[in-house]
Design a binder for this molecule. Structure first.
Ligand SMILES: Cc1cc2nc3c(=O)[nH]c(=O)nc-3n(C[C@H](O)[C@H](O)[C@H](O)COP(=O)(O)O)c2cc1C
Ligand code: SF4
Length: 598
C-alpha cells in the first residue's frame, strides 16, 4: 500500500468527486470515495463538494463531523476498528484485545501512528455477535479474535501485507442459522411474490398484508398494511420505498443474515410494496458496518434487473417501473431511526425530524415514503405469495407470524433462531444451550433487561416486544459493567440535537462509571435515577427515550448490584479537584500549601 498524496490538488479531488458523482447523487457515496482515496476528507475536498452541490461549506463539514466513519484528519492505511459490544466486543475473549493490538503496533487508541501506517479505535457493535470478538479493518470484518489472532494481525499490518493476502477464512461470515421457521424454512423463488401480486391485484394484496397482522419487525410493531395504506392515500404522485437495513442495535445481526441469504425476498417485499403504493424508486439503507455485503447485494439486484423483476415494465406490465438503489451509511446508530435515516439519505446529518408529519406523508425529499425493516419486507414477500391466512396461522392473536432472533452472549450456540411469536424466554435459552443464566437483554440496550424470575414470559408485542436482539448473560458476568457498557453506547451515539439526551446520557455514563469504580454513593444513585427519568421523558426521539432503560431495569430488577458497589461516604466528587489543579500549579510555579483541598 502506498501513502496517499495528502496534499491532493483540487483537480485530483474533483476527479474523485466526479467519479463518485457519476454513479450516484448521494453525498454519502461521494464522501466515502474521498475518505477511501485520501484516508480523510480534507478541507479542500469539503470546499469542492460544497461548490459542486452549491451548498454552504459548513453544511458539508457538519456532515463529515457527524458520521464516525468519516474523518477530517488522516486515518491509517490500515484503519482498524474493534467492536466494543458486550457480545462481539474486544473484551469478549476475556482480554483487552484493543490494548494488546495498540501495544503491539505502538499506537494510541483513537490516534493514527506517526508514519500513517495504522490507526486503531473502538466502535459500537458491528453486528458480528455470533462470531465472538470482531473488528473491521478497512471496512472488512475479521471475527473470532483472540490474543493469537491479534498478534498475527499486528505482524501482517507491520509487514504492510495487502488484505487480499490475509488468511481468507478470517473474513468468512457464516449465517449460523440454528432454528428455521416461517421465513427461513420456506423457499422463495425470485418473482413469485410479484406474480402473485399481479394475479391478485394490488388492492387485494394490500388487504392481505393488513389482514395478515404483519407488524413492523424493526421494534415499534406498527401495522405494515396500515403504513402502506397511509402512504398510498397520501396526496402526492411521487412515492418512495425505503428498506431500513441500519441494524445498529447492539446484539442484532438477523438483518445481516437475511441480506446475505434471503436478499431476493427482501427486494421482492420492497417491489410488492412499490406496486401497492405506486412508487418507482426504492432505497436500501445499509449500515456502513455491512458494506462488505454490497457486492453480493448489487449482484442480486443486477440479476433481478436481468430477469425483468426490476426496471421498466416489470414482468411485462406496461407502466410499472421500479428501481432499487443501495445507500451505505457511515457509522451512526441514530440513522436507524426512520426520520434520521431519511435525512441521511438526503445527504444530511442523521438528526431525527419532528413527527408528525410522519414519513408516510412527508418522507424522502418531503414525499410520501414507506420505511420498513428488512425482516418486514421479507415477511411481506412471503405473505404476497402464500396469503394472509398462512401467516396468521402462526404466532399469537396480537403478534402474527414469526420473529427472527439474533442470539448472542453466554450460550453454547449463538446464532439465528426463528420462532412463532409467543415463544418463551426459557425455550430460547434451552435451545441455544444457555446454562446458569443471570439475565437476558431483550431487544438490545434500548429494550428490556430481565432476570430468571421472568424467563416464563413470552416474546410478543403484548408481552416482551423485540426487534430481534437476545443477549444472554451468565452468572459470572458483572451485570453492572454491562449496564455501564450500554450507557457508554448511548452517550456515544446520542446525536446531540436535544439537551436531555445529549447531557443526560453522558451524566448517566459518568455516574455509572463512578459506581462501577467503587466511588459512587447513595447521592449518585439518587441523582442517576432522577437523570434517567428526565432522559426517558424529555428526549426528542426514541434513542433518548430508551437510553435509560438498562439503568432503570437494573435498578428495578437487580438493585443489589448497585447497592453492593456504593462507597459508604455520603458524597464523593466525580473527580479529584486537587489533582486537577496540579497542572496549573506547575505552569504558574505557584504551589501554596494552604490552597490545597482536603
Ligand atoms: C435510535 C433508533 C434506532 C433504530 N434502528 C432501527 C434499525 O436499525 N432498523 C429498523 O428497522 N428500525 C430501527 N428503528 C425503528 C425505525 O425508526 C422504524 O420504526 C422502522 O424502521 C420501521 O420499520 P418497521 O415498521 O418495519 O419496523 C430505530 C429506531 C430508533 C429510535
Ligand atoms: S433524543 Fe438523543 S438521539 Fe434523539 S434527537 Fe435527542 S439528542 Fe438526538
Amino acid at each position: 500500500m502506498s501513502t496517499p498524496d495528502l496534499t491532493a490538488t483540487a483537480r485530483q479531488i474533483n476527479a474523485i468527486i466526479e467519479d463518485a458523482y457519476s454513479q450516484s447523487t448521494h453525498l454519502l457515496h461521494i464522501l466515502y470515495a474521498l475518505q477511501q482515496r485520501l484516508l480523510h476528507i480534507p478541507h479542500e475536498a469539503v470546499r469542492e463538494v460544497a461548490s459542486h452541490f452549491s451548498l454552504p461549506i459548513s453544511q458539508i463539514e457538519s456532515v463529515v463531523e457527524f458520521y464516525s466513519f468519516f474523518s477530517g484528519t488522516p486515518r491509517g492505511r490500515y484503519d482498524i476498528l474493534l467492536s466494543n459490544c458486550t457480545s462481539c466486543g474486544y473484551k469478549a475473549a476475556g482480554e483487552n484485545l484493543l490494548q494488546m493490538l495498540c501495544d503491539r503496533l505502538h499506537v494510541v487508541a483513537g490516534k493514527t501512528r506517526a508514519d500513517g501506517l495504522v490507526s486503531i479505535d473502538e466502535t459500537s457493535c458491528i453486528g458480528m455477535c455470533d462470531h465472538g470478538a470482531a473488528l473491521l479493518v478497512n471496512g472488512m470484518p475479521v471475527t473470532g479474535l483472540d490474543a493469537g489472532k491479534i498478534m498475527r494481525i499486528a505482524e501482517l499490518v507491520e509487514a504492510e501485507t495487502p488484505l487480499a493476502d490475509w488468511p481468507v477464512e478470517w473474513f468468512r461470515i457464516d449465517d449460523h442459522i440454528c432454528n428455521r421457521g416461517l421465513l427461513l424454512k420456506n423457499d422463495f423463488a425470485a418473482g413469485d411474490g410479484m406474480r402473485a401480486t399481479w394475479a391478485r391485484g394490488t388492492d387485494a394484496t394490500l388487504a392481505g398484508i393488513t389482514q395478515s397482522g404483519l407488524r413492523g419487525r424493526g421494534g415499534a410493531g406498527f401495522s405494515a398494511g396500515m403504513k402502506w395504506k397511509f402512504c398510498r392515500e397520501a396526496q402526492d404522485d411521487t412515492r418512495y420505498v425505503v428498506c431500513n437495513a441500519d441494524e445498529g442495535e447492539p446484539g442484532t445481526f438477523k438483518d445481516r443474515v437475511l441480506l446475505h441469504s434471503h436478499a431476493d425476498a427482501v427486494f421482492e417485499g420492497m417491489t410488492v410494496c412499490a406496486a401497492v403504493i405506486g412508487a418507482e424508486q426504492g432505497y436500501l439503507y445499509l449500515r456502513g458496518e455491512y458494506r462488505y455485503l454490497l457486492p453480493h447485494l448489487q449482484a442480486v439486484l443486477a440479476k433481478r434487473r436481468e430477469s425483468g423483476l426490476l426496471g421498466s415494465n416489470i414482468l411485462g406490465h406496461a407502466d410499472y417501473n421500479f428501481s432499487i438503489e443501495i445507500v451505505v451509511g457511515a457509522g451512526a446508530y441514530i440513522c436507524g431511526e426512520e426520520s434520521a435515516l431519511i435525512e441521511s439519505l438526503e445527504g444530511k446529518r442523521g438528526i431525527p425530524r419532528n413527527r408528525p408529519p410522519f414519513p408516510v406523508t412527508h418522507g424522502y425529499l418531503g414525499q410520501p415514503t414507506v420505511v420498513n425493516n428488512v425482516e418486514t419486507f421479507a415477511a411481506a414477500a412471503h405473505i404476497a405469495l402464500r396469503g394472509s391466512a398462512w401467516f396468521r396461522a402462526t404466532g399469537t392473536e396480537k403478534s402474527a407470524g414469526s420473529k427472527i432472533l439474533s442470539v448472542s452472549g453466554d450460550c453454547a450456540s449463538p446464532g439465528i433462531y426463528e420462532y412463532p411469536f409467543g415463544v418463551s424466554i426459557r425455550q430460547v435459552l434451552d435451545d441455544c444451550g444457555a446454562k446458569d443464566v443471570q439475565a437476558v437483554q431483550i431487544s438490545g440496550p434500548a429494550g428490556t433487561l430481565i432476570g430468571s424470575t421472568e424467563f416464563h414470559r413470552k416474546l410478543a408485542f403484548e408481552d416482551l416486544s423485540t426487534g430481534g436482539s437476545f443477549m444472554v448473560f451468565g452468572k459470572e458476568r458483572d451485570l453492572l459493567s454491562i449496564i455501564a457498557n450500554f450507557a457508554h453506547f448511548f452517550a456515544h451515539e446520542s446525536c446531540g440535537f436535544c439537551t436531555p439526551c445529549r447531557v443526560g446520557t453522558t451524566l448517566i455514563k459518568i455516574g455509572l462509571d463512578k459506581i462501577v469504580g467503587g466511588h459512587g454513593t447513595q447521592y449518585d444513585l439518587d441523582e442517576m435515577k432522577r437523570m434517567a427519568a428526565l432522559v426517558k421523558h424529555r428526549s426528542h426521539c426514541g434513542l433518548g427515550q430508551t437510553a435509560a432503560n438498562p439503568v432503570l431495569d437494573g435498578l428495578q430488577r437487580f438493585p443489589k448490584i448497585f447497592e453492593q458497589r456504593l462507597a459508604h461516604s455520603a458524597f464523593e466528587p466525580y473527580f479529584d479537584l486537587d489533582a486537577a489543579l496540579e497542572e496549573a500549579r506547575q505552569v504558574t510555579h505557584r504551589d501554596d500549601a494552604a490552597a490545597h483541598l482536603e
